[in-house]
Design a protein around this ligand. Structure first.
Ligand code: GLY
Length: 575
């Protein structure tokens, strides 16, 4: 059942906007924005902030394609969702064309030219979390603007300036701060205090913004205007690049104007897999997401998951065991393919899944051993953002991009008004360090000049019999892969309407630490005790992921946008 929680009408809706199966159905050409699942006949954008969804949907309505809309939405999120929307970070875009072909764009940040594997050690040679995650050395060369420029050059149809302009207006004239954003900014005020440009931009004369107030970002408007007028050179050369390099020099960072000028986004072959007749198209390395997703789906395909039942201890056990093995392989093999040979074909093969399945024992948890490999133990930040776009022709775009931590490094570039990422923290911190509750030191993902750090982002598109089925993805660090996995399983094995596919509770296991974290309600306490009796360390955690997705109703062909109910700011915009 698709529900309508709130419905913000942008144009006057006629009484003919009757709902089928509870979904709002909009008259053609009228743009509507909804906080909850919404059906639409033509084009749809679902993202983490209403103005950003609207910016993209307006592009669709004006005749732009899904790539154009994804670019406009991404720039608008850089203004309205500063925790993760960005021009100072990076990410991935998976595109499926109406003829069923697909491509993937990689605009992951790169290490600067001076980078080396020991760069996160302090002067005593000890690993430093501070340097790795919370310093100017934690900043990677940003990729988002180059990624959007590449997407536009290869697949866009609208004028570039028309796609950047909405974000210029949102930054220059301001936008209304939501309750969630007000809370989020207030929570980071102390962290911003260390960086005067951040404190000035994200506080109101030193006081937190209240919900309902207007946030203006004049320096950001200036940078976006340069990008609007000069394309990628407005970011990677001239004033913006100089301002980045100056801030790096002030704070002991290594990114230079040369690093900025050399940055290139890459087009890559998507990872493809199948699951019970559904086609899965996702992000290849340097994300681990698509590879691990397909590996886990292949393993689960050999079990009768539907018969086990959603939320059953038996299902959870098999899910966890598939996750344990995929995350071990992630730590061993996955990294930047421009630097390392990665056995993606083997990891995503049905034969390898058969071998893995044979090692899973019904009713008994296996161990997570660190004897042959090191692994990351800490839970990752959930501050990334995902958005989904489908246009009237059926072109689908799935984008996940990030600053890494919420508000990245907390460093706003003075005079340029955008936050820099702390993505270097996604490289392994110290070569060779093995620790069950410590760090990863595997060779493949060590920092090197111009290398991209490993990611978990998993922008994904699902199709069947040549038809688009869903555009999915999520933030959540390493939990992203498991969130997307469960979206696919919910859709294929457990059925239900799109809203319940997204709302269903999720769990996470990442090999190390050897612990299961479940959202409240995934299963009953009694079933959790049964799962524990199998040998799993079961715990309850906060919300997992924010999956802003679009589904195609197979009966009507309509698009159903589903903002994840875990995010009160998420919104679908369609016409
Ligand atoms: N920084 C989160 C990720 O790339 O997966």
């Amino acid at each position: 059942m698709i529900r309508r929680r709130s419905f913000l009408v942008l144009t006057v809706l006629s009484a003919a906007a009757a709902l089928s199966a509870g979904a709002c159905r909009q008259p053609a050409q009228e743009l509507a924005l909804a906080r909850d699942a919404m059906a639409s006949g033509s084009g749809m954008v679902v993202s983490a902030y209403p103005e950003a969804s609207r910016a993209g949907a307006e592009v669709l309505r004006a005749g732009g394609n899904a790539v154009d809309a994804a670019i406009a939405t991404g720039f608008a999120l850089a203004v309205t969702h500063p925790a993760a929307g960005n021009i100072g970070g990076g990410g991935f875009m998976v595109i499926r064309f109406p003829d069923g072909s697909a491509t993937a764009l990689d605009f992951r940040e790169k290490a600067p030219l001076r980078a080396h594997p020991e760069m996160f050690l302090d002067e005593d040679g000890e690993y430093s979390y501070q340097i790795h995650h919370r310093s100017h050395l934690a900043v990677g060369v940003p990729g988002t603007v180059a990624g959007f420029a590449l997407a536009h050059e290869k697949y866009g149809t609208a004028e570039w300036s028309d796609l950047v302009e909405p974000s210029v207006g949102l930054a220059r004239d301001g936008f209304v701060v939501s309750e969630r954003l007000a809370r989020s900014l207030a929570g980071r005020l102390e962290a911003f205090r260390s960086y005067p440009a951040s404190f000035a931009q994200f506080s109101k004369d030193g006081e937190p913004y209240a919900a309902g107030e207007t946030l203006v970002q004049a320096d950001l408007a200036g940078t976006l205007a340069r990008i609007r007028d000069e394309g990628r050179d407005g970011f990677y050369k001239g004033t913006t690049a100089r301002l980045v390099a100056e801030e790096m020099e002030r704070g002991g960072g290594w990114i230079t104007e040369e690093d900025m000028a050399r940055y290139e986004a890459r087009e890559r072959e998507p990872v493809r897999g199948s699951y019970r007749g559904y086609e899965v198209i996702s992000m290849p390395p340097p994300s681990s997401g698509g590879t691990a997703l397909v590996q886990m789906l292949n393993v689960l395909e050999g079990f009768d998951v539907a018969a086990m039942g959603a939320g059953s201890p038996e299902y959870a056990h098999h899910l966890i065991e598939a996750m344990r093995r995929a995350f071990r392989d992630r730590a061993m093999f996955l990294a930047d393919p421009d630097f390392e040979d990665i056995p993606v074909a083997r990891l995503t093969s049905k034969e390898y899944a058969d071998e893995i399945r044979a090692t899973i024992e019904a009713g008994a948890a296996s161990a997570s051993s660190t004897t042959d490999v090191t692994a990351p133990a800490e839970w990752e930040s959930s501050e990334t953002t995902h958005y989904s776009v489908v246009d009237a022709e059926g072109m689908a775009v799935s984008v996940t991009y990030t600053l890494e931590g919420g508000y990245g490094s907390y460093i706003t570039v003075p005079g340029a008004g955008f936050l820099l990422n702390n993505e270097m923290g996604d490289f392994n911190g110290r070569p060779g360090l093995t620790s069950e509750n410590g760090l990863i030191g595997t060779q493949a993902n060590l920092a090197r000049p111009e290398k991209r750090m490993l990611s978990s982002m998993t922008p994904t598109i699902v199709a069947r019999d040549g038809e688009l089925v869903a555009v999915i993805g999520s933030p959540g660090g390493r939990t992203i892969i498991n969130t997307v996995l469960q979206l696919v399983v919910n859709l294929v094995d457990f059925g239900g309407d799109p809203a319940s596919v997204v709302a269903a509770k999720r769990l996470h296991h990442q090999w190390l630490p050897n612990a299961v974290r479940m959202e409240e309600g995934f299963m009953s306490e009694a079933d959790a005790a049964l799962l524990g009796a199998m040998g799993h360390e079961v715990g309850w955690g906060r919300g997992q992921g924010i999956a802003h997705c679009i589904f195609v109703d197979s009966a009507t062909g309509e698009l159903v946008g589903v903002p994840d109910p875990r995010d009160s700011d998420g919104a679908a915009a369609g016409y």
